[in-house]
Design a protein around this ligand. Structure first.
Ligand SMILES: NC(=O)c1ccc[n+]([C@@H]2O[C@H](COP(=O)([O-])OP(=O)(O)OC[C@H]3O[C@@H](n4cnc5c(N)ncnc54)[C@H](OP(=O)(O)O)[C@@H]3O)[C@@H](O)[C@H]2O)c1
Length: 319
């Protein structure tokens, strides 16, 4: 969180504090929840960078933000989280001297078999969602450390609440069920966000790591943002009853936006939507019992370091 962010007594998702002078990076900022995180952060006066694997989609998203937010400072950098070698150049391509926050939002969710792999040979969801962000964090740590109070905000999922990691089968080689593998990839991200904060604290770092989740966020409940997202009247109508339980992607963005901006949010915390963890304004949640298991988190960290060949904690001087 930037030191230039002014504090607010009560959080209002429609009246965000100013963050002029801050720089925020949102992975997967070209679509869905990430787009709305970027749009909402742009309205604070901060410079916002969209991390995207698709330049045309990123330009559409940036143009939409510029059209809606007067004076928006938004641009894109290319990054493919499924290609670990492509992340090496991200720090240089950002062309900034410090990074006040990164939102690890990009994600892939497969509905059906067969099991797929990244070009690096990792199961696609675990490789993209977890290993990609693990490696990206290592690349960005010098820039985050150069900010007065840098922040890593990891987008988890409610789907991770009912999953348990199999540390002997992180890549789902033996048990590939797409929904379970997706939920475990999100759980791995959440363990990472928690463990990162412990390592940052142990090293006396100014950077904090916060874990959030968006609840349930449906396209059919999401406001139109042409040309990226234009729900049909039929889709809106058929999706409407779901609004009792879940929300649109603009609202799914709220916990991450609060975790970036609110000085009252601290490292190691978990934030999600107020109503049953599925919809509504962001609130702090107790850390789920299994997510508090530091042994699992440490073993996952070591495995992730071995799989990626990088260690986001190495530059911290601890452990
Ligand atoms: N929607 C929900 O209800 C829900 C619930 C729980 C958690 N989440 C989490 O929230 C995050 C956003 O979800 P969403 O619903 O907004 O998804 P979405 O609309 O499918 O957007 C996903 C974003 O991730 C990007 N992405 C995927 N693979 C990538 C890669 N290899 N490199 C770089 N970017 C990549 C996509 O880029 P392209 O446009 O190029 O594909 C897109 O920008 C995800 O982490 C998801 O797990 C969502």
């Amino acid at each position: 969180m930037s030191s230039s962010v002014s504090s607010t007594p009560a959080w209002n998702v429609h009246r965000l504090p100013r963050a002029d002078g801050s720089v925020f990076l949102v992975t997967g900022g070209n679509a869905g929840i990430g787009y709305f995180v970027a749009e909402q952060l742009s309205a604070t006066g901060a410079a916002v960078v969209l991390g995207s694997r698709n330049p045309a989609k990123a330009e559409n998203a940036a143009a939409s933000i510029r059209a809606r937010v007067a004076g928006a400072q938004v641009r894109a950098v290319r990054m493919d989280l499924a290609d670990l070698s492509s992340l090496q150049s991200v720090m240089d391509s950002l062309e900034v001297e410090r990074l006040d926050a990164v939102v690890h939002n990009a994600g892939v969710a497969l509905d059906d078999p067969p099991r797929k792999e990244t070009g690096d040979g990792h199961e696609l969801m675990f490789g993209t969602n977890h290993l990609g962000h693990f490696a990206l964090t290592e690349r960005l740590m010098p820039l985050l450390s150069a900010a007065p109070a840098g922040r890593v905000v990891t987008m988890g999922s409610f789907a991770a609440k009912s999953e348990r990691l199999d540390l002997d089968d992180l890549q789902s080689l033996h048990d590939y069920r797409p929904k379970r593998t997706y939920g475990c990839s999100k759980l791995a991200q959440m363990y990472f966000g928690m463990e990162l904060d412990r390592r940052l604290r142990a090293a006396g770092s100014t950077v904090a790591s916060v874990v959030v989740h968006p609840g349930g966020a449906l396209d059919s409940l999401t406001p139109s943002r042409p040309p990226m997202h234009v729900p049909t009247a039929g889709a809106r109508l058929s999706g409407a009853p779901a609004a009792l339980f879940v929300q649109g992607k603009h609202a799914g963005a709220w916990p991450a936006v609060r975790a970036v901006l609110d000085p009252a949010v601290s490292g190691g915390q978990l934030w999600g939507p107020r109503v049953f963890g599925l919809r509504g304004e962001p609130r702090r949640e107790p850390v789920w019992k299994h997510l508090a298991d530091t042994c699992v988190a440490a073993r996952l960290w070591d495995a992730s370091r071995d799989l990626t060949g990088v260690d986001p904690g190495a530059l911290l001087g601890a452990r």
